[in-house]
Design a protein around this ligand. Structure first.
Ligand code: SF4
Length: 613
């Protein structure tokens, strides 16, 4: 084990009661700690009707629980199996039967039901329709459903139509089809759930380094001198990261957590796949910096100021590969420590301490999540973290870089450009327009607008004013059950595991991975996600069959490869678990930022947000 950098970590400051609970084996007393063994038994029980199919999904499918996206149970970064409680909890929604008709007769109360309850009701069985003043959903044929949708889209102003993709459940092929079709129908209003955080998480990296994508691979975490968890609790959202942190600690990494909330599970965690850790736990967090909400930019500027004053920048890297250093350092000198401490909520001494530890690190990884990407000044915060990494040359090298943590296939939605066209609306703007009665048609694929950080009442008003809503999905969500402006049509799509010819998704490591068709589903009327937009387009105008001529998933991938040069090789993916990793294991190796004119990354100092927020 390499010696850990920096001073001896302080006591994590747990109360007497917490210390007692942390001393118990298996972490049995810890609040919200995942109960893996219980979850495993629960999952077996939940899938008792279809155990072989559930098992095949686990063993052969690409996980859609979060953005790590391994194939089957194989871990990409290290030895051992890759499986967590999130995946087990999700399994039922892929392996269950369709919902019975008795549930659909009166759906008014389901509009207020919890999304998890609805997800477990059963799969969407067939096309369903609900007209204004009706209380329930009625089954119709695909022909009738497409006919109604086609007629309404034909009559609507394309600028008053909108499409939305819930990236987590949609394949790259499905997201690509939505983009092509919506653009083809002249609709500029298109967006995905990556809008609610992740897109800022990578856009900031794109502005500094040239490419809107995570810079590194998961294995870069192993043995990095310093790992910074910034505004994220991966134990909740990306559980397998905790296994990597355990291994990293074993190899001498120091782990810093920067977050307004000190999460107990990051102080110590019981990694189920590592025997010693599963019994006694692993002390993870070495340093904790309790920034105030939105105080991250001020904190970073305090650290940058210290580094600048103590010759802590990597000038060799900066001179050769970066611009903007003078514009960064000059104003830093003028910043008053009192303002930075007030802005960050952290003392000068703490910022200096972080700078000291960071200066000692020869490698550093920055992981950040919604605590950064959903804050008001998210883009500035991401650019600030990227600048902090760049001033010490922590990009493009082994065990260095930045990994924004998002949902499954968020990166795919970004890569494929599932964003508004020229003059088009983001999803937030679509909701606002709909609430004002200015959106006639809204088609959403696996996108639950209630998961958006938008006032619930505004979303309800929007949903109930749209003339035609089309909800494409595998399972129900509450947005489907709100009364229509005129008509709601729900179309059943296949899960990622059912699609004939397989499908691909893109992970946080930029791996575009093939997931095969796994036979065994019982929902006969569901169609592949990529096929449904094409069927709608053909209904609007038969000539669209020529424009979207996909006969199978392989043809969609071939078209996708032509449209997205980074995805070169995706058309050739046919075997279980095979992948392309665009950009290689890490971007900017040899410190070449060739997407930026001049080939140098751009250091930036952001405006400090007002403290009152
Ligand atoms: S950590 Fe994420 S990708 Fe890995 S098994 Fe869990 S949910 Fe799936």
């Amino acid at each position: 084990m390499a010696p850990r950098i920096g001073p001896e970590p302080r006591d994590p400051g747990l109360s007497f009661g917490q210390k007692f609970l942390h001393a118990l084996p298996f972490g049995i007393g810890i609040r919200n700690k995942p109960r893996y063994y219980l979850d495993y038994l629960k999952s077996m029980w939940e899938n008792i009707k279809n155990p072989m199919y559930a098992r095949a999904i686990l063993r052969r499918g690409v996980c859609d629980g979060c953005s790590l996206g391994p194939a089957g149970l194989v871990d990409d970064a290290t030895e051992g199996k890759h499986l967590c409680n999130l995946r087990l909890q999700q399994l039922k929604t892929h392996a269950m039967d369709a919902v019975g008709d008795e549930v659909l007769g009166d759906v008014r109360e389901l509009a207020d039901a919890h999304v998890n309850y609805l997800r477990k009701l059963g799969r969407i069985p067939k096309p369903l329709v609900r007209y204004r003043d009706e209380n329930g959903l009625t089954a119709i044929s695909w022909e009738e459903a497409l006919d109604t949708i086609g007629e309404r889209i034909k009559k609507a102003d394309p600028r008053q139509t909108g499409w939305y993709v819930g990236a987590q459940s949609v394949s790259n092929e499905g997201a690509f089809a939505v983009k092509q079709v919506s653009r083809g129908l002249g609709c500029p209003n298109l967006d995905s759930s990556a809008r609610f955080g992740y897109i800022h998480g990578v856009a900031g990296l794109g502005e500094l380094f040239g490419v809107p994508a995570p810079t590194s691979s998961l294995k870069d975490l192993l043995g990095s001198d310093l790992i910074v968890l910034w505004g994220t609790d991966p134990s909740e959202t990306h559980p397998l990261i905790l296994k990597y942190l355990h291994i990293a600690k074993d190899q001498g990494s120091r782990i810093a957590v920067i977050d307004p909330r000190k999460e107990e599970r990051l102080v110590k965690y019981w990694v189920p796949s590592i025997l010693e850790s599963s019994v006694f736990g692993t002390r993870l967090m070495d340093d904790y910096y309790p920034v105030r909400r939105g105080g991250d930019i001020a904190f970073i500027q305090g650290v940058l100021k210290t580094l600048a004053e103590r010759n802590g920048f990597d000038h060799e890297f900066i001179n050769a590969h970066a611009t903007g250093v003078d514009d960064l350092t000059r104003p830093l000198r003028q910043l008053a420590w009192g303002d930075l401490a007030k802005g960050s909520g952290v003392s000068q001494a703490e910022m200096e301490k972080f700078a000291g530890i960071y200066s000692a690190a020869k490698s550093a990884m920055f992981l950040y999540g919604t605590g950064i990407t959903r804050q008001r000044h998210s883009l500035s915060a991401v650019r600030s973290i990227a600048t902090l990494a760049a001033v010490r040359g922590m990009v493009g090298k082994k065990r260095c870089g930045l990994l924004p943590l998002g949902q499954s296939n968020d990166q795919g939605a970004v890569d494929l450009g599932v964003v508004p066209g020229e003059g088009g609306f983001t999803v937030t703007q679509m909701i606002k327009a709909a609430a004002e009665g200015k959106l006639q048609v809204f088609c959403t694929m696996s996108g639950n607008l209630f998961e958006a950080p938008i006032d619930r009442n505004v979303v309800i008003r929007a949903l109930e004013r749209i003339d035609l809503r089309v909800h494409i999905g595998t399972v129900f969500d509450p947005s489907m059950f709100h009364p229509p402006g005129d008509v709601v049509i729900i179309l059943p799509s296949m899960t990622r595991y059912e699609i004939p010819g397989g499908c691909t998704t893109t992970s946080v490591e930029r791996r575009v991975r093939f997931s095969p068709e796994i036979p065994g589903s019982s929902v006969r009327e569901a169609k592949p996600d990529w096929q449904i937009p094409a069927l709608i387009a053909a209904q609007v105008d038969l000539a669209n069959q020529e424009r979207f001529p996909w006969k199978d998933a392989a043809q969609v991938r071939a078209d996708l490869e032509k449209s997205v040069p980074r995805y070169r090789g995706v058309a050739g993916l046919r075997e279980e678990g095979k992948f392309i990793q665009w950009g290689g294991e890490r971007l900017y190796e040899k410190s070449v930022f060739d997407s930026i004119p001049g080939g140098k990354c751009r250091l930036r100092l952001e405006d400090l947000p007002p403290v009152t927020e």
